[in-house]
Structure formats: C-alpha cells, structure tokens
Design a protein around this ligand. Structure first.
Ligand SMILES: C=CC1=C(C)c2cc3[nH]c(cc4nc(cc5[nH]c(cc1n2)c(C)c5CCC(=O)O)C(CCC(=O)O)=C4C)c(C)c3C=C
Ligand code: FE2
Ligand code: FE2
Length: 353
C-alpha cells in the first residue's frame, strides 16, 4: 500500500519555483596590489577552520606576522598569475557560472561566490532570497572535502541562512572526486601531453593541510594515523582529505593506464612550522631527481581552475627546482577551467544533489 504513495511523492513535480545554484570557490584578492593581498590574507587566515588555533593567538599570528610579511611576497606572485581577465580562479568561476546557467536553463539561477573577498556568499544568497527561490544547491568547488575549504563554505552559508525567516530547502555537495566526468576531464587533459612525449614519472600534487586537521576530522578518533590508513577510502575514513587525495590519484592512474611505481601522490604549499600531510611535493621532487628521473608530467587535481597554486607553484617554482636538480622536462597539466566535461560534471552535480 505504501510503496505507490511513496513513489508518487518522490516523482511529484517540484514546487513551481526556481532553484538557486551557488558555486563557491576559495577566493582571491581584488587586485595583486600589496594592500588587496593583505586584506585577502587577513580574511582568509582569520578563518578558524583555516588556522585552527584560538582567536587571540590566531589574531596575533595573522595580523602581526603572516599578513604583514607574506603580503608583499604573495603580491609579487599574484602579479605573475594575473592576466588581462584578472585572477584566473575568479575568471574561470565567472565563465563556469555562465556555462552552467546556459546548460541548466531558466528553472535555475546560477551565481558564483567566493568564500573570501568578492563576490561574497552573502551577496549570492541575498539575491536568491530577493528572487524568492524555493531551493538552493551549494556546490563548493573543491573535489575533496576539507574542513578548511568545503567545511568553511558550509559554515558561512549556514551563518547567512540562520538569519532568514524562511529557510528554503538547501542541499550541499560534499565532494566530487569520484564523479566519472571530473576524472575524465583531467584524463583528457593529461592524454594530450602523453600523446606527444614519454614521461618518466607522473606527479599528483594536492594542496596540503596541517596533520592536526586530519586527526581532528577522524570521527572514530582511531583510524587515521596518516600512514597506510589513508591508502584506501572506506566507510571509517570517508572524510579524511588525505585518503580522498590518494583515491583521486588511483582513479586517474587507472584511467590513464599509468603503471605502479611510475607515479607519486604528494602535498604542496605548507604554511608555518607544524607538520603538514606528507609526502611533501618538494621532497618528492628531490627524491625523483636523485633517482635519475628526467621528465615529469604534473597534475594538480585538488583545483578545478588555474590559480596561484597550480600555474605558479607547480608550473613554475617546482619546474625550476626540478631543473636545478638535473631534471630536463617538466610539464604541468592545466586545470579543468572552462572544459566541456567540467561543465557536464557541474550539471550532473546539480541534477543529482
Ligand atoms: C584544495 C583546496 C585548498 C585547501 C585544502 C587549502 C588549505 C589551506 N590553504 C592555506 C593557505 C593558503 N592558501 C593559499 C592559496 C590557495 N589555496 C587554495 C586552495 C586550498 N587551500 C587555492 C585555490 C589558492 C589560490 C588562490 C588564488 O587566488 O589563486 C594562500 C595564498 C597564496 C599565498 O600567499 O601563498 C595561502 C596563504 C592554509 C593555511 C590551508 C589549510 C589549513
Ligand atoms: Fe590554500
Ligand atoms: Fe587518513
């Protein structure tokens, strides 16, 4: 008796309203000037999910040390990554916003937001509220879940929504590293380089995280020892960012046909003195060069758009290091950017949310 009624409920047409889709990336400075970079770093690093220490020491560390000293150095790097379209991270976000809007049609309103700086999450959600949208889907643009990224986006969205009288139906995408079109997107980009050249080794370099944050995220308080435990993604370590990164690599190498021993997963961008998840990308490059590896194809599958971390850090700084150590050929695989498979991934994420 119950089954048909349930079926009717599940297939009943949705309320005639529209759905808001909020794509959220990390954020970027408004310009590469030292003052804008300092403002961005302050907002970013004062987030308690990014520098997860109590407020007063965090305030002193960020405002007294990191922002003043790092801003001039980071501004130089931002000037290098800046294009005539501005920051690539924001530019491709805006392109994706238009592409997804076109693919989804009038039943949806797609907006890009940044967790830090602009356009803000508050502005995007307020527009949905003004338009009286009946549903909201939030897609943090991070393939793997981390408290510092996806978790922080969720927190900010909930902070805004908790002030509303009517909170519509809200759905959050948690991660999408397993999505076949996301994987295929990077595979197609990688194959383009592999067709022309026989690489000695393949590097999969992900953004790092303090080890402490991985331990805090271990809900069992016993599984993740940051060693072999991350070697497979299971029910008991679902939210381990490191395990999710290894899983991303496994899926990519399987599709690319890269044999065991010819690839490494590693983690970049350590900030501060605390231990971050390992192996570090820099150590890996040193070891590869020492082992006589001459050519490397480097993937950055924690990012869906070109940004400072990919174009400059992997594409230029690590290339320089590799060549200084005797390497001959280093190639970065660009990010998904405006590729059709990435837009198809986003469409699927909306349709299955
Ligand atoms: C994959 C997603 C990311 C995770 C996880 C992440 C964690 C994390 N990052 C910092 C500190 C910095 N990250 C910076 C840049 C940056 N980080 C990500 C993504 C993740 N960060 C992106 C996409 C970017 C580039 C943004 C752009 O505009 O291009 C920076 C700023 C650049 C610099 O000064 O080097 C800092 C600082 C921490 C501390 C952290 C985890 C705790
Ligand atoms: Fe970062
Ligand atoms: Fe783990």
């Amino acid at each position: 008796m119950e089954a048909p009624a349930l079926q009717q409920f599940a297939t009943a047409p949705k309320a005639p309203g529209k759905t808001g889709v909020l794509l959220v990336n990390l954020g970027t400075p408004d310009s590469p000037s030292v003052s804008d970079v300092r403002k961005y770093l302050r907002e970013f690093l004062m987030d308690g999910r990014v520098i997860d220490i109590p407020f007063i020491p965090r305030f002193l560390l960020v405002n007294g040390i990191i922002a003043p000293f790092r801003a001039p150095k980071s501004a130089k790097t931002y000037k290098e990554v800046w294009t005539e379209n501005g920051s690539p991270l924001k530019y491709y976000g805006e392109v994706n916003e238009r592409q997804l809007q076109q693919a989804l049609g009038h039943a949806y309103v797609v907006r890009l937001a940044m967790r830090y700086q602009s356009p803000s999450i508050d502005a995007g959600l307020s527009e949905f509220q003004r338009l009286g949208l009946t549903d909201i889907i939030v897609i943090p643009l991070f393939p793997q879940y981390a408290s510092a990224t996806t978790g922080s986006v969720y927190e900010k969205v909930m902070d805004v929504l908790k002030t509303w009288q009517v909170i519509p139906q809200v759905r959050f995408v948690n991660r999408f590293l397993e999505h076949p079109k996301f994987i295929e997107g990077f595979v197609q980009l990688g194959r383009k380089y592999m067709a022309d050249y026989e690489y000695d080794h393949f590097l999969f370099s992900y953004h790092g995280l303090p080890e402490r944050q991985i331990r805090k995220g271990d809900i069992t308080k016993s599984v993740c020892q940051l060693g072999e435990c991350c070697g497979s993604l299971r029910a008991d370590n679902q939210h381990c960012y490191r395990a999710q990164c290894f899983e991303t690599t496994r899926r990519l190498v399987r599709e690319l046909g890269i044999p065991e021993g010819k690839y490494t997963t590693c983690f970049q961008s350590r900030l501060g003195r605390d231990p971050w998840i390992q192996p570090y990308t820099e150590d890996t490059i040193r070891k590869l060069a020492k082992d006589g590896i001459k050519s490397v194809l480097a993937f950055s599958p924690a990012f869906v758009a070109d940004c400072l971390e990919t174009t400059i850090e992997v594409g230029e700084e690590y290339k320089e290091l590799f060549e200084e150590l005797g390497g001959q050929h280093w190639q970065l695989v660009e990010s998904l950017n405006d590729s059709p498979l990435w837009v198809e991934t986003l469409v699927d994420l909306v349709k299955t949310a």
